[in-house]
Design a protein around this ligand. Structure first.
Ligand SMILES: [Zn+2]
Length: 258
């Protein structure tokens, strides 16, 4: 399924943002979710957790806040292993998506949501938390897709973040990368079957390349795929040529499709 999406519904876009060096997660994601070229604003690609400068840009405005402003309901479907927003707020290190979700606390999914199948674990199958939470059952990726679809039907916009592909890319372990992509492919096959039947649009992209060059430990400067599948897909692809355009295209889709 991933190959079909890449072949027929994808456009290569820029993740380098006019800045030297390999693109990194903090500036890449912040750019994707704010429409501001954060790599240019910071003068470099910043990895990992955003510092005060980046956090300020994200907190000022972001995709979640813009959707809310348009009276659209939003959910971040990745479960945090916390009991509530306060616990998440207290974390010292927060990713871009965490900073964004905390600007609209109603979007945050907790461990209770995961237990009730109203959120997903970032690895899809929950295998990575088996030691810590033996009572939360492992599920096949197809089931995770069913959960995401059910959430997506309840909200106008649902975000799901998957980063096992980045971890596998850094490992330089070909077998591991294949295993991760197989799981992801099963998930996407099921997800797209559901969304197609329901007339929902799936947008899928990345903050940088990595796994496509398994012989390279770090991120690559390759273009990244921007996939759109479902109503409005052509318009979405036409509007996007770099990470900076993602937020604007998504917001525009709601205007065009409503
Ligand atoms: Zn990485």
């Amino acid at each position: 399924m991933l190959w079909r999406l890449l072949e027929r519904h994808s456009k290569p876009i820029d993740a380098c943002l006019g800045v030297d060096g390999p693109p990194q997660s903090a500036t890449g994601q912040a750019t994707m979710f704010t429409g501001v070229n954060c790599a240019a604003a910071m003068g470099k690609h910043c990895e990992g957790f955003p510092g005060p400068g980046l956090r300020k840009i994200i907190e000022e405005n972001n995709l979640f806040l813009e959707l809310k402003r348009r009276n659209l309901s939003v959910k971040f479907a990745d479960a945090y292993l916390v009991d509530g927003v306060d616990e998440l707020e207290m974390r010292r290190f927060k990713s871009v998506t965490t900073v964004m979700a905390l600007t609209l606390p109603e979007t945050v999914s907790t461990i209770d949501d995961l237990v009730n199948d109203e959120a997903l674990l970032q690895d899809l199958t929950r295998e990575t938390i088996q030691e810590r939470y033996p009572d939360i059952p492992v599920i096949p990726p197809q089931r995770a897709a069913e959960h995401l679809f059910r959430i997506a039907r309840k909200f106008d916009f649902t975000l799901f973040e998957f980063f096992q592909s980045d971890i596998a890319g850094h490992s330089m372990d070909y077998a591991r990368a294949c295993a991760v992509l197989r799981v992801y492919d099963r998930f996407l096959s099921a997800l797209v079957r559901y969304t197609e039947a329901a007339g929902l649009t799936v947008v899928l992209t990345s903050d940088h390349g990595n796994i496509e060059e398994i012989g390279e430990r770090g991120h690559t400067r390759n273009q990244i795929p921007f996939i759109a599948y479902g109503p409005g897909e052509k318009m979405l692809r036409e509007k996007v040529s770099s990470l900076k355009d993602v937020m604007g295209a998504v917001l525009q889709a709601y205007e065009t499709l409503s």
